[in-house]
Design a protein. Sequence first.
Length: 328
Amino acid sequence: MLLAGRRLLPALSRAPAAAAAAVQILCVRPTRNRRYHHQSRFYSILVPSDEVIINYRYGLPLITLTLPSRQERCRFTIKPMLTTVGSFLQDIRNEDRGIKTAAVFTPDGNSIPVSTPMESLLMNDFKLMINDITYDVQCPNKEKLNSEHMTDLDDIKSLVQRLFTALHVEEHQVKKERSLLEKIEELKEQLQPMEELKTKIAVGSEAKTNRLLWIGLALMSTQGGILAWLTWWVYSWDIMEPVTYFITFGSSMTFFAYFLLTRQDYSYVLIKERQFLYFFHKRLKKMDFDVEQYNKLKEDLKEAEESLQRLRQPLHLQLPIEEIKQKN
């Protein structure tokens, strides 16, 4: 034990305390038979540097510095967009009550206001003065940190999204489905009286349009009968032939005028639909039917039903493939 002590003392005397990297300590521990058991243990005592170090972890800057009172290294986590220079200096004072003065300067010695955000401070190198000691602080490379910072943030966002989906997807789907069902039921209740009134108006307009078509058929039959009576009983065909020609030509002019006014071909189907819409909208105005509100409710109902259909799709629920096959 004495020999080990002699070897230890010269080593300690030759190496300064601030530069010692490892120290061998001889431990003495009594046993039950009161004999001393000698055991050598090695402790790595890494003396921290006095430099102020800035590095990034999980996208947040970490500032590591030495507290003057206890000569201990302390790491401060900075939130760049929330922390200011003043709050950072106050955190240092709170950690070490022996700090009387703390300030931040630019590399050329100009004082930096305490209201400056740490995000702006960490964009360039600066000087940190604690009591009478001034530290030259070098910020890491900006381009590399920006890419690493964005990568870390993207990874964190993706992880948080996956965790939230895994933990709350079922509950969220149930709440969303219940909300959509309630909305659909409410919209149907609002549309029910309007649908009944619309159906009533449509039935009346359809009946009136059919009556008009039958009246047109009756008029055409009457015209044919009159022409036949004039041709065979009153006049001869030589006299009635020019009359029928001008009647046919007049009908052609009528069809062309219809095209100019409506920009549609003259067909019985289109004429029937046009006449039906005319009677339908006329009755809507007469019965104070709110067309805009009806259309809005129909669009909202269609959108809600489509959202509910998409919500119930297995792929949207992110179910496993086997479970999707079983449901299908």
